[in-house]
Design a protein around this ligand. Structure first.
Ligand SMILES: [Zn+2]
Length: 459
């Protein structure tokens, strides 16, 4: 017998260009997929809703789950480690101290915690950009994602040591082949695979060629940090990839704050996609995100959290940062000149949903409330002190709501958050494990005690 879920009477923002917005509409889910979207699906002849479990969506805005196109998920265990740092300080601390202190079990726990953080805030799909010191670390990271129930693209990366990151002559670890065969034999599952590769400059030409060829051999996407203000490897990596004949529609370029107009056009021509992390890029100084220029070139600057060492783990922060920044890009140099920005809240909700899905090659599966797609659905309360009264549903989501308003989160038809609480998660146990792991990681890494512990000690 099929499993049915009827989400009744919400204000549906489908992000599907044909369906648009439907006030007071229903969404019918059958066996994990969206079967129908429309007003009163229980009416005679509308849809077969017999036997459906009903979720009352009155007073909520119903949106597709958000898509985070780049996150170092495991770093949830060192949340708020570097709230105000530069990119150099971040890389030094993570590469030299934090990453080597992670055991395979900590990778599992960090990914579990980080993925639950994402789910709680309405993110139903994430790209986990995951370094792996050993094959066991990779297995741990994948297990952590699996436990959470999130839809994720696991992007398999290399160890953190400097020999991997400065004009490296080391090819991407061959363990990627085992991981593809062992964990991702099918592409038709909640977890799919990508390669987390290094840009030219971080690696020599022969390694870049090897690594992109490996992505083609394994038939997986590529996610690569690209062109930011970063000592020694700023350069023009997109032009270098073009020279090597490696640009392709399977690649997502992260940050791109220093990418030239010529290179943005190369990304557009090749069908590649872009992920920006506006909050982190501003705080750490990667450079200014290029929102307007990318949109004008036909490349959607999809949104990402990057790391909770520095950024909150939710998409609301990123949407608001992108909207403010994208509009500020239109400020004329002349203070008397007219201000005529073009970016709107509708644009940034697209970046956070359907454009993000497309950037991950998942547009046929998620990113909009389209019949036939997976039921990745979020209900956001529009009747709380922060969100009422409801008058512009997209504005409510982008400019008013936060994770406390995320009432219900559904991934592939499975309810992961209901009435504001994560479902089936032993939070007490997770809390205890995470705090213990955090303390061990800090001690192993030789980092100073946390400011909170220091304050306790001197009290
Ligand atoms: Zn990153």
């Amino acid at each position: 017998m099929s499993q049915k879920l009827l989400i009744r009477g919400g204000h549906v923002v489908s992000m599907d260009s044909d369906l648009g917005e439907l006030p007071g509409a229903d969404v019918l889910v059958v066996d994990g997929r969206i079967a129908a979207v429309g007003p009163d699906l229980t009416a005679a002849g509308a849809a077969d809703t017999a036997g459906a479990e009903v979720i009352d969506a009155a007073g909520t805005v119903v949106v597709p789950g958000f898509i985070d196109t780049h996150r170092h998920t495991y770093q949830a265990l060192v949340r708020a480690l570097l709230p105000s740092c530069t990119l150099g300080e971040f890389m030094g601390t993570i590469f030299n101290s934090v990453a080597p202190a992670f055991t395979p079990d900590f990778m599992c726990l960090g990914n579990h915690l980080g993925a639950l953080d994402a789910l709680d805030s309405g993110i139903t799909t994430m790209v986990d950009w995951s370094p792996s010191e050993t094959p066991d670390h990779a297995d741990g990271a994948i297990e952590g994602l699996r436990r959470s129930g999130i839809r994720a693209m696991y992007a398999h990366g290399m160890p953190a040591g400097g020999q991997w990151w400065y004009r490296s002559e080391l090819n991407h670890p061959a363990d990627a082949r085992r991981i593809r065969a062992e964990h991702f034999a099918s592409d038709d599952q909640l977890l799919t695979m990508a390669l987390a590769l290094r840009q030219p400059g971080n690696v020599v030409d022969a390694v870049a060629t090897h690594d992109w060829n490996l992505s083609r051999e394994l038939d997986v996407r590529v996610s690569v940090h690209t062109a930011m203000r970063s000592g020694g490897a700023t350069g023009s990596p997109v032009r270098e990839l073009h020279r090597l004949g490696l640009l392709g529609d399977n690649t997502t370029y992260i940050h791109c704050t220093t990418t030239s107009a010529e290179e943005i056009a190369m990304i557009a021509d090749s069908g590649g996609s872009v992920s920006i992390a506006p909050y982190v890029e501003l705080v750490m100084g990667h450079g200014l995100p290029q929102i307007t220029a990318m949109l004008a070139a036909g490349v959607a600057p999809t949104l990402s959290i990057d790391t909770v060492t520095t950024s909150p783990g939710d998409m609301f922060t990123q949407m608001r940062a992108a909207l403010a920044l994208g509009r500020a890009e239109a400020l004329p140099a002349d203070p008397e000149g007219a201000f005529a920005p073009t970016l709107t809240h509708h644009d940034v909700l697209r970046l956070a949903t359907i454009d993000g899905a497309a950037a991950c090659g998942l547009a046929a599966r998620t990113g909009s409330l389209t019949p036939g797609k997976a039921a990745d659905i979020v209900l956001i309360r529009a009747d709380t002190i922060r969100t009422l009264p409801l008058r512009d549903a997209v504005g409510t989501v982008v400019s008013c709501a936060d994770r406390a308003d995320v009432d219900t989160v559904i991934v592939g038809g499975v309810v992961r958050k209901r009435a504001g609480r994560l479902v089936g998660v032993d939070l007490d146990r997770l809390r205890a494990e995470a705090v213990a792991a955090h303390d061990t990681i800090l001690a192993t890494a030789g980092l100073p005690p946390s400011p909170v512990d220091e304050a306790k000690g001197s009290a």
